[in-house]
Design a protein. Sequence first.
Length: 111
Amino acid sequence: ADIGVLIKSGTLTYTDNEPTYYSASDSGQRGFCSNCGSRLVWRSQDPAEDWATNVTVCSLDHPEHARPYIHMFVDEQVPWYEVQDELPRTTSEEADSIEQQWKEVIGWRGS
């Protein structure tokens, strides 16, 4: 699974080429490196939902600075995967509550 880091709206810039985007669903697009194909970013199809833009941790210059603070959608994980830490865990039913927390953390004010 990709581990994503939320990016404050309007702060994501690329130092080289923009990613090549693929519409993964009606709600979002995944951005890939046009040279190597690595997944770099996910963004909403709806600009009003730009609070959810996130980049993959492995694409950062210093991924060691990104620290997990929650395990989401644990009810959807593969049965053989066992989380070995004490971080909070949430289910898909709790997604709305987590969304609101994210918006508060990143200072999202809406469009």
